[in-house]
Design a protein around this ligand. Structure first.
Ligand SMILES: [Zn+2]
Length: 333
């Protein structure tokens, strides 16, 4: 059971009238009952009709305003009878009146609290399903992380370190120096060569941020917020502020944001899985790491490879990139 209730505002009965007959069924209601500041006691409800009703504010001349409003207040008079007070007239003709203004404000606050509380009770009633959904999200998140970590097993620490260091959620360029050598005979007739080195983007890798803590920590914090909100709501006292109730209900209801985030991470994971793993060896000039990266790339394409195959693959890849960029060879940073 929740302890939080309507609190002090229970002294104001919140009642919304949706039809004329609901108001006219009130024992206190009198048709064409004139309302003036001196006779006003309190607001006992608000109305929101499809058809407008005539306002019963009494003009100085003694006539009723009769302006037709679809929205307004049901006002209680000092003599115990009730009448219509049009929404616009309440503002334009009574705004200077503190008693009426206070009464409307109190009523509106009570109505707001009632709405927020209703939402809180609804959410609390779905507690077990909602907490279970949050916990399922936590398992999905752990599974993404586990798959991503498993998928890079076999890479050396340097290349893996560079992948983790990039931390980008978007794409990360992979660079290499491309070397061209132009041979020529100089004015003295001796052979010379001119070497040019250009840094080029060879390809890109996507979703490397999944190799870092960041996305998991922030998503887990979102999940924890949902679960914690369901624990906190039990602690809400009778006098909890309406703003607290509203904030807590928003947290209890924030699973949809978790779902959106998990979808984003799953999209990112599929981009990550589709990466061109043949680029990884370009991330280190360490031969041991390059060989591991070559074995890794070959394994990703379903090929188990011995050392000879790895060596020939590396030199073929180097040549392939050099040719693709019109250079003689590739050199790594
Ligand atoms: Zn009026």
């Amino acid at each position: 059971m929740l302890r939080v209730s309507e609190g002090r505002s229970t002294i104001v009965a919140v009642r919304r009238f949706a039809t004329v007959s609901e108001v006219e069924a009130l024992e206190s209601f009198r048709r064409d009952n004139p309302l003036c500041k001196e006779k006003f006691s309190s607001v006992i409800g608000d109305y929101d009709f499809d058809e407008p009703v005539g306002c019963c504010v009494q003009n100085p001349s003694g006539n009723l305003c009769r302006e037709r409003h679809k929205r307004g207040w049901v006002a209680l008079l000092n003599d115990g009878t009730s009448t219509y007070l049009g929404g616009r007239c309440a503002k334009s003709k009574f705004d200077a009146d503190t008693v009426l203004r206070k009464s409307i404000a109190t009523y509106q606050n009570a109505a707001r609290r009632r709405t927020r509380l209703n939402r809180l009770y609804e959410l609390h009633a779905e507690r077990s399903q909602r907490v279970a959904a949050a916990r399922r999200s936590d398992e999905l998140l752990s599974a993404i992380r586990e798959r991503v970590e498993q998928s890079v097993v076999g890479l050396g620490p340097k290349i893996l370190g560079r992948l983790r260091h990039s931390a980008a959620m978007g794409t990360t360029p992979v660079y290499a120096d491309l070397i061209s050598v132009k041979k020529y005979i100089d004015e003295d007739g001796s052979p010379q060569q001119e070497r040019t080195v250009v840094l080029r983007v060879i390809g890109t890798l996507a979703g490397l941020g999944l190799l870092t803590e960041g996305p998991y920590l922030s998503t887990r914090a979102m999940i924890r917020k949902v679960v914690n909100a369901f624990a906190q709501v039990e602690l809400l006292g009778d006098r909890a502020k309406t703003s607290e109730i509203e904030a807590l209900a928003a947290q209890m209801d924030s699973q949809s944001q978790v779902d959106i985030r998990l979808n984003e991470l799953e999209d990112l994971e599929s981009q990550f899985e589709r990466n061109d793993w043949s680029l990884l060896w370009l991330l280190s000039s360490d031969h041991g790491e390059q060989k591991k990266a070559a074995r890794f790339a070959l394994a990703k394409s379903g090929e188990g490879a011995g050392l000879d195959r790895i060596k020939s693959w590396l030199s073929a890849e180097g040549r392939r990139h050099a040719i693709a960029h019109g250079a003689d060879r590739i050199a790594l940073k």
